[in-house]
Design a protein around this ligand. Structure first.
Ligand code: HEC
Ligand code: HEC
Length: 304
C-alpha cells in the first residue's frame, strides 16, 4: 500500500479520497497536549486524595478521609451554632417576652414561617387565609380564642368542634326558618324575631352564645369562653360555599358527628402529642416550635 501512496514522505495514513484528499497523522498542538497531561495528572491526584474508585459496594476512601456526610454535619453544626443562642432564649422566655425583643421576634417569625409552611399551610393556606372548610387564621375571628395561650392550646391539643345533627330534631320548616335566619345574620341583618326565638328554643345558643357570635362569655382578662361554635353574625362562612344551602347542610348533619355520613369534618390535628412510629416515640412539634408558631399565628391575626 505504501508504494501506492501518491504523497510519499508526508506523514499521512495512506487513506486518500478524490485523488488528493488525505488523512494526516500530525500530533495535536503542544498547548493541547500540555492540557491533556495536566488533566490526567489532576485525575490521579484528586482520586488519591478524595473518595473515588468504586470497589464493590464501597469506594476508595482517599487519603484526606473526606466524606460528604462529615461535610454535611459540619455545615449543620455551623448553622446550629448560630441558632443556639436564639433557640435557648425562645425555650426560656415567655411569648410576651419574645415579642418584646425585636431581634428575637424577627428570628422567631422567620423560623415559624418555615414550620408553618411544612405543617400548617396545607390546610390553613400559605398566608393563613384559610381554604374551603379550613378556618382563616389571618383575621380577628376566632373559634377558640386568639390569645397566644389559646392558639398554643389549639396547636398542642388539636381541636374538634362538635355540633349535633338536627335532621331528626327539627321539622323541615324549622330547618328552613333557621337557615334563612342564619343567612340574614351573615348578610349583616338583625335577623327576624321568630328566628331568634327558634334559635333559643332549639338551644342553638348553648353553643353559639346568646348573641349568636360563638361567644358564651368574656372573662375579665378579655379571653373568650367558647366551645368552638362558629360566629353566625360576621359573614365569614366556616363551611364553603356559605349561604342558605351550606347553613342548611350544617344544621341537618352537624359537625364531626360519628355515624352521620354527610356531617361536616372539622378536625385540627394535635401537634404536641407524642406519636408512636414503629415503637419509637416521635414528638410531632417541640414546645419551642409550638411557641414560635403561636406567636406567628397571633401576629397573622393582627396580634390582638
Ligand atoms: C389537617 C388540616 C389541618 C392542619 C394540618 C392544621 N390545622 Fe389548624 N385547624 C384545622 C381545622 C379543621 C380547624 C378547626 C377545628 C374546628 O372547627 O373545631 C383548625 C383550627 C385551628 C386553630 C383555631 C382557630 C380558631 O379560630 O380558634 C388554630 C390556631 C390552628 N388551627 C392553627 C394551626 C397551626 C399553627 C397548624 C400547623 C402547626 C395547623 N393549624 C395545622 C385544620 C388543620
Ligand atoms: C353542641 C354545640 C352546638 C349546637 C347545639 C349547635 N351548634 Fe352550630 N356549630 C357548632 C360548631 C362547633 C360549629 C362549627 C364550628 C367549626 O368547626 O368551625 C357550628 C357551625 C354551625 C354553622 C355553620 C356556620 C358557617 O359559618 O358555616 C351553622 C349555620 C350553625 N352551626 C347553626 C346552628 C343552629 C341553627 C343551631 C341550632 C339548631 C346550632 N348550630 C346548634 C356547635 C353547635
Amino acid at each position: 500500500m505504501a508504494e501506492n501512496n501518491p504523497f510519499p514522505g508526508e506523514n499521512n495514513t495512506g487513506h486518500v479520497w478524490d485523488d488528493n484528499l488525505r488523512e494526516l497523522s500530525n500530533p495535536p498542538p503542544r498547548w493541547w497536549m500540555i492540557g491533556f497531561w495536566l488533566s490526567l495528572l489532576f485525575v490521579v491526584v484528586y482520586t488519591t486524595l478524595y473518595p473515588s474508585w468504586p470497589i464493590g459496594q464501597q469506594a476508595t476512601p482517599g487519603l484526606l478521609g473526606w466524606t460528604q456526610i462529615q461535610e454535611f454535619e459540619r455545615r449543620v453544626a455551623q448553622v446550629e451554632a448560630r441558632r443556639a443562642p436564639f433557640e435557648e432564649q425562645i425555650a426560656n422566655l415567655s411569648a410576651e417576652e419574645i415579642i418584646a425583643d425585636p431581634g428575637l421576634l424577627q428570628y422567631t417569625l422567620a423560623s415559624a414561617k418555615v414550620l408553618y409552611g411544612d405543617y400548617c399551610a396545607a390546610c390553613h393556606g400559605s398566608g393563613g387565609q384559610g381554604n374551603p372548610s379550613y378556618p382563616v387564621l389571618a383575621d380577628d375571628d376566632w373559634l377558640y380564642g386568639g390569645s397566644i395561650a389559646r392558639i398554643k392550646e389549639s396547636i398542642t391539643n388539636g381541636r374538634r368542634g362538635a355540633m349535633t345533627a338536627h335532621a331528626d330534631l327539627l321539622t323541615e320548616a324549622e330547618v328552613d326558618a333557621l337557615s334563612t335566619w342564619v343567612v340574614e345574620l351573615a348578610e349583616g341583618g338583625e335577623g327576624s324575631a321568630e328566628g331568634w326565638d327558634l334559635y333559643r328554643a332549639k338551644a342553638c345558643n348553648a353553643c353559639h352564645g346568646e348573641a349568636a357570635d360563638g361567644v358564651l362569655a368574656t372573662l375579665p382578662d378579655g379571653e373568650i369562653v367558647t366551645v368552638g361554635a362558629a360566629n353566625l353574625t360576621d359573614g365569614i362562612w366556616r363551611f364553603e360555599p356559605g349561604g342558605y344551602e351550606s347553613a342548611r347542610h350544617t344544621i341537618l348533619y352537624g359537625v364531626n358527628q360519628q355515624g352521620v355520613p354527610q356531617t361536616r369534618d372539622a378536625v385540627m390535628p394535635a401537634f404536641g402529642t407524642v406519636a408512636r412510629v414503629d415503637d419509637v416515640e416521635v414528638r410531632k412539634l417541640s414546645p419551642e416550635d409550638i411557641k414560635k408558631l403561636a406567636i406567628y399565628v397571633h401576629q397573622l391575626g393582627g396580634g390582638s
